[in-house]
Design a protein around this ligand. Structure first.
Ligand SMILES: *[C@@H]1O[C@H](CO)[C@@H](O)[C@H](O)[C@H]1NC(C)=O
Ligand SMILES: *[C@@H]1O[C@H](CO)[C@@H](O)[C@H](O)[C@H]1NC(C)=O
Length: 420
């Protein structure tokens, strides 16, 4: 009797437990699937905003889809200030060039070759449309949130003067750059050697770019950036891609990569932001480089960008910026990686070609013909060029000057190495 009573009490208790767990699990699952479907909805909404209706879509060998979007339907025109904007189809001028950069070098060993983009193998976008790299669901899901997709995670720029070791250690960012400051700059140019550096983990990156900066390094820093990057997080692969970035509040609320928010107005039908560059340079093999010019159109105030010698890509309207609505105060050129390793380990993520500057041509990565645009719209050699690195035994920079390459520098390194 006693045993039976005990037995039935236990049965009741177990029954209760099963019942409790069943509903508990069910509500957890429901909450879970509600969250998932809410996230799905947000992602789909964002994709719809970014991926505009295409005239035609081109499948690139690297897995990208390039949409040819009508020029007046591009993401820029979602911006309330651009609703009635009349697209400027060409800049009122292009800065006078200082060097004949198409000149074939007298030294055959220093010949370099032009590059294109991988998707060109499978088609072209017609005039009146612009090529836009289609954003996939996976791309957005890799971001920390739908809102942060296309924006920098790590909000820093190289700050040569505040080379405070604490700051450097915290951010994990490492640079090897050259820079000029203390003037009014109206643009900059460089020809950048293209490589495909190894990036150790998906949340790290490696890039080579120029920075046009306005304002101090405070909460309202203005920046326009362009170059190439390897960023598994942003693109889902290790390819070397052409990119741009802009911000007018130190990477907080404004700005983004490429065309991933409203801002940059593209006019060019041949070059896609964020698309893979091909081919890339090889060690002891043919070298490839890209020219990037960014300058301020003094009539309209817009900041224009040209890729190579022939491709005027488009412009950032002046109203996006505060300091840069007038001029830039610092120009920087060089490489950056982020080191996400913990416990004092250093990443093996490469910068540039992964070789130190002393290795020289066909081995180390370079920037050549670096120039700034002065107040009379001329390209000029930078005066008082400085260099900066946080950890020169991982990534270094070395400047030079000659007749063919004007001001140039080699930069980069392997990251973790025997000399650390
Ligand atoms: C960073 O931290 C390490 C170890 O905590 C220290 O030895 C080093 O001096 C710090 N600064 C830099 C620039 O690495
Ligand atoms: C990118 O490179 C890393 C390390 O080199 C590798 O582990 C990873 O599989 C690569 N990712 C892709 C998508 O190829």
């Amino acid at each position: 009797m006693d045993g039976a009573a005990h037995f039935s009490k236990e049965r009741v208790f177990r029954g209760f437990l099963v019942w409790f767990c069943f509903w508990g699990l069910l509500s957890l699952t429901c909450a879970g699937s509600l969250t998932v479907s809410r996230q799905n909805f947000e992602v789909q909404k964002h994709l719809k905003r970014l991926n505009k209706p295409a005239f035609k879509s081109i499948q690139s060998p690297d897995g990208d889809i390039i949409d040819c979007v009508h020029i007046s339907k591009q993401p820029a025109f979602d911006h309330p200030f651009l609703k009635d904007h009349k697209i400027q189809m060409e800049p009122s001028y292009i800065p006078e060039r200082l060097f004949d950069e198409n000149k074939v070098s007298e030294k055959p060993k220093e010949r370099v070759n032009p590059v294109t983009q991988l998707w060109h193998k499978y088609g072209v976008c017609s005039e009146g449309t612009i090529p836009v790299r289609r954003t996939k669901k996976e791309d957005v899901l890799r971001a920390s949130s739908v809102k942060r997709y296309g924006k920098k995670k790590h909000r820093t720029v190289p700050q040569p003067r505040s080379a405070d070791p604490d700051l450097i250690n915290q951010s994990g960012h490492q640079h090897a750059i050259t820079y000029v400051e203390g003037g009014k700059f109206y643009g900059a140019k460089a020809t950048i050697n293209v490589w495909e550096p190894k990036v150790q983990s998906p949340n790290e990156f490696s890039l080579s770019q120029l920075w046009i900066l306005g304002g101090a390094f405070g909460q309202d820093l203005n920046s326009i950036e362009a170059g190439w990057q390897v960023s598994p997080d942003l693109y889902g692969d290790n390819n070397t891609r052409l990119f741009t970035y802009w911000t007018s509040d130190a990477y907080q609320a404004t700005g983004c990569y490429n065309l991933l928010c409203s801002g940059f107005i593209q006019i060019n039908s041949q070059i896609a932001m964020g698309a893979s560059i091909s081919p890339v340079s090889g060690f002891h093999n043919p070298q490839y480089d890209i020219s990037i010019t960014i300058w301020k159109d003094r009539n309209e105030g817009h900041w224009w960008m040209q890729f190579g010698d022939g491709y005027v890509l488009g412009y950032w309207p002046s109203f996006l910026f505060s300091y840069l609505a007038d001029s830039a105060s610092i120009v920087e050129w060089g490489g950056e990686v982020v080191n996400m390793e913990e416990d004092g380990h250093h990443t093996t993520t490469q910068m540039g070609s992964g070789q130190f500057p002393d290795e020289g041509f066909t081995k180390a990565s370079y920037f050549r013909n670096i120039q700034v645009v002065d107040s009379s719209n001329n390209l000029r050699e930078p005066k008082g060029l400085n260099t900066f690195t946080e950890k020169s035994n991982c990534y270094d920079v070395k400047v030079g000057k000659n007749d063919d390459w004007g001001h140039f520098f080699y930069f980069g390194g392997p990251g973790r190495n025997a000399n650390l």
